[in-house]
Write a protein that binds this ligand. Structure first.
Ligand code: UN1
Length: 505
């Protein structure tokens, strides 16, 4: 008999202080990917509920925007403290709801803590520039102001970290927030909502954020409501194709973090120990369910056999199983039957398009009937002779395609010849190759790494990608600017009124 997940979820939610009425009694069933069985039920928000949430955070905006940014930063610091306190409980909820291994779930909560720390510093560094004016006694400068209510739409695979990237930064920028988490992971969302609510309520700003667990029709309110100034959405490219134009239609802003089809190039000089570990984690970690997961390995023909032999051997040693029951498991379940079916379809297509399966792809046989409704799978590697249609698509599962190349131009062209542009990497000891890959005619992705895999980005950098990945940037560096309204100020400190460009009037 496996753990009673329903009881565990209730216990963890109680520890965090979530009101039990929020996670019981509704029609919506939350299942755990660990067994595929029901773990909780909760009510879904209606379109009217979402409109009410928008109205609430919209009304709270002026008072929040008037709070000095460093004071907002102090509240984000307190939220980070709450996360530290509840790190283990939150991580365990992430494992229950998303199925990722505990080490990665703890890493995800750590990512939330890290972004809070960064945002606290940011709150004193929302710098605008001052520019010289062409007119005597004049000055030009820019000011970054709060933008307004922001909607955050997040996905099951990083149920809390991606929300935190957006939230911590948006809060210090002075925005208010409506969060629409994945319907698969509402419990972790309500747990985070509770921790943030404690801090903001204590500070007298209870309506600065709202969390709405809802289905598509209700979520669409966030796209169409003109009070929502920015929609930051993480998910599939198909979702982004709806969100982008719909919000743009009313001149709202978007940050889109959509599909990835991430590649690593392995050059002949690469350190193959790094390649094996880096590719193993990037391709099989999180059961292939990161947007940054390594999906294509582009290997120089001189080292291709050795690299594939080593990887196949490493895949053979991967421990697959229920990460709740065994902490030494490295690959947990896929999130759903649909994810498993999509992987099987991709494997069939890859075979039809000339691929040779080197390892994996089978449903992993779990020891007890408790797991009949879950979908565990052996991570797969498929050797391809060409970058065919199926390789150019993102299959959100642990399925790695291996391609060979003869010269670096060809490898870079393969890296770029997919519709998505999120993460990429090169393994090489040749600094010239690394520079070319990072250069203007190198990788066309938003993330371009050297001698590490494609996944596991740190929060300090701007996160996001090009082309079908959507073009948005979140998290560190100057990504905060997307959450602000920029004003350009021209200030005349003289007694004259000269016009720009020498105009006489
Ligand atoms: C995602 O999968 O949506 O870079 C985000 C990474 C993580 C974030 C992934 N820090 O893999």
């Amino acid at each position: 008999m496996t753990t009673d997940h329903r009881a565990e979820a209730a216990r963890l939610l109680a520890l965090i202080g979530v009101d039990p009425s929020r996670t019981s009694g509704g029609d919506w069933t939350v299942t755990t990917p660990l067994t595929g069985r029901a773990m909780a039920g909760l009510p879904l928000a209606s379109p009217d509920d979402v409109r009410a949430a928008v109205a609430r955070v919209h009304a709270a905006f002026p008072a929040w925007a008037a709070v000095p940014a460093p004071v907002r930063g102090e509240l984000v610091r307190r939220f980070g403290d709450r996360l530290r306190e509840h790190k283990e409980a939150l991580a365990r909820l992430v494992t229950l709801e998303a199925g990722k291994i505990l080490s990665e779930a703890r890493g995800e909560v750590q990512e939330m803590i890290d972004i809070c720390d960064l945002a606290v510093g940011m709150s004193r560094q929302l710098y605008g520039r001052t520019m010289p004016s062409e007119r005597p006694g004049h000055r030009l400068m820019e000011t970054w102001h709060p933008l307004g209510p922001v909607a955050i739409i997040s996905s099951f695979n990083f149920p809390v970290a991606v929300w935190a990237w957006n939230t911590a930064v948006a809060l210090v920028c002075g925005d208010t927030i409506v969060w629409k988490p994945s319907e698969r992971t509402p419990l972790t969302a309500l747990a985070c909502d509770r921790l943030l609510a404690e801090v903001l309520t204590e500070a007298g700003h209870p309506d600065v954020h709202a969390t709405v667990v809802c289905e598509r029709e209700a979520a669409e309110v966030l796209l169409d409501d003109e009070r929502v100034m920015l929609v930051s959405a993480t998910g599939s490219t198909a979702m982004g194709r709806i969100v982008g134009p719909r919000v743009q239609q009313r001149f709202g802003r978007t940050i889109l973090e959509l599909g990835g089809n991430n590649a690593a190039i392995v050059a002949p000089s690469a350190d193959l120990d790094l390649v094996t570990r880096g590719a193993l984690f990037a391709a099989a970690g999180t059961a292939g369910q990161r947007c940054t997961t390594l999906r294509r390995l582009i290997v120089h023909e001189q080292v291709a056999d050795e690299v594939t032999d080593r990887l196949v051997a490493a895949y053979g040693r991967l421990r697959i199983g229920d990460p709740w029951e065994r902490e030494d498991v490295l690959v947990g379940p896929l999130v759903s039957h649909a994810a498993y079916d999509a992987m099987q379809r991709a494997l069939e297509r890859a075979a039809a398009e000339g691929g040779t399966r080197l390892v994996g792809g089978e449903r992993f046989a779990m020891p007890a009937p408790d797991y009949d409704e879950a979908r565990y799978v052996e991570p797969a590697i498929v050797a391809m002779t060409d970058q065919t249609d199926v390789v150019r698509e993102e299959t959100f599962a642990p399925l790695l395609y291996v391609l060979r190349y003869a010269d670096l131009d060809e490898a870079i062209a393969l890296n770029n010849a997919v519709p998505q542009g999120l993460a990429s990497s090169i393994f090489t000891r040749d600094v010239r190759e690394a520079e070319r890959f990072m250069g203007p005619l190198g990788s066309d992705c938003g993330i371009v790494n050297v001698n590490i895999g494609t996944s596991g980005a740190e929060i300090g950098g701007a996160f996001g990608g090009e082309k079908e990945t959507g073009g948005g940037r979140e998290s560190g560096s100057d990504a905060w600017k997307a959450y602000c309204r920029r004003a350009t100020n021209t200030i005349n400190g003289s007694d004259e009124l000269p016009l720009a460009q020498g105009v006489e009037f």
